[in-house]
Design a binder for this molecule. Sequence first.
Ligand code: ACO
Length: 350
Amino acid sequence: MYRSKIAGIGMYVPEHVVTNNDLTKYMDTSDEWIQERTGIKERRYAHRTSETTTTMGVEAAKIAIERAGITPQDIDFIIFATLSPDYYFPGCGVLVQRAMKMKEIGALDVRNQCSGFVYALSVADQFIKTGMYKNILVIGSEKHSFGLDFSTRGRNVSVIFGDGAGAVVLQPAGEDSTSGILSTHLHSDGESAEILAMYNPGTHANHWTDQKLADFDEAEIAQMFFSHNMIDKAQVFPNMDGPAVFKKAVVKFPEVIMEALNKNGYQPSDIIVLIPHQANLRIAEFVQKKLGLKDEQVYNNIQKYGNTTAASIPIALCEAWQEEKIKEGDLVCLAAFGSGFTWASALLKW
Ligand code: ACO
């Protein structure tokens, strides 16, 4: 059984920088409030028409593939993590296959929001370990700027998110190699699924009782999938109970990091770089304190990009590596927590 390793990594963020002050044109907020609560100074927004979740993913993938020393035709499986796909269906994986003129390989989309990239990496890791695939492209990409409520009503959510993409190519590490993915750990608790969710469009019947639905015919019910009422009630935008998410995140992040360390006989002081999902700088600082990590052991770039959900970990990992904060043999921990709730970690020897 081969261990898998990251053979190439890439990232892409749109050129357009949106500062906190820029957001005050649309909603009642301030640079001071946003920085104090989230640490975010600015974020990037994709070009409205020419950039999509898929095109950004493709840009990140081109770099990862080149750095792995292979071509798109060598990729034998695609895993694409996003909550902001180009289409409700099909997923972005097949759009990458088309855009990059890849062979008729398998393409899988992962819908695990902020934990999406670590979940996708874990799935890829299993396929490499069993010998089924040799070059798996894993992408995390988001175009949040198209699906946020930019009125004051949506300010607690909208100021947090940004656009961007990250990608890695996973390959088998050599037979005697001590580097690569040591373990991955995946968890969920759906009890509070609606606390951080976008309700519509969806098939949950939008709080209608069976009795009420009985009064409508099929054509009218079809309208309920997407209606003016949903738009009026802002149910087509992400909904978040921020304090509840914060409380759960600061427990589950350290827990899943310790799970990975314990599994492999390490302790927090052994981590060279922790890449937490860039949810909120305050959450990352809380986790750092709880685990007794030094500043240089934790990499954060939410200040520049905001929260890019499934893209945040590969973007941060890529930047940390480009800045030479990660070198060969270093112990790197990836950890995520988000909507679902789902949370996950991966421990790697670079
Ligand atoms: N600008 C100005 N005021 C705002 C804004 C804003 N953008 N957003 C909310 N407020 C106001 C609220 O209306 C409220 O006003 P009130 O007291 O007059 O009613 C006040 O600020 C406090 O609102 P809270 O929602 O209680 O704000 P809180 O201090 O909890 O901060 C935050 C909100 C930053 C979201 C916080 O709850 C948090 O960090 N939560 C963690 C969740 C998180 O990070 N989510 C990221 C995405 S999910 C993920 O990646 C895991």
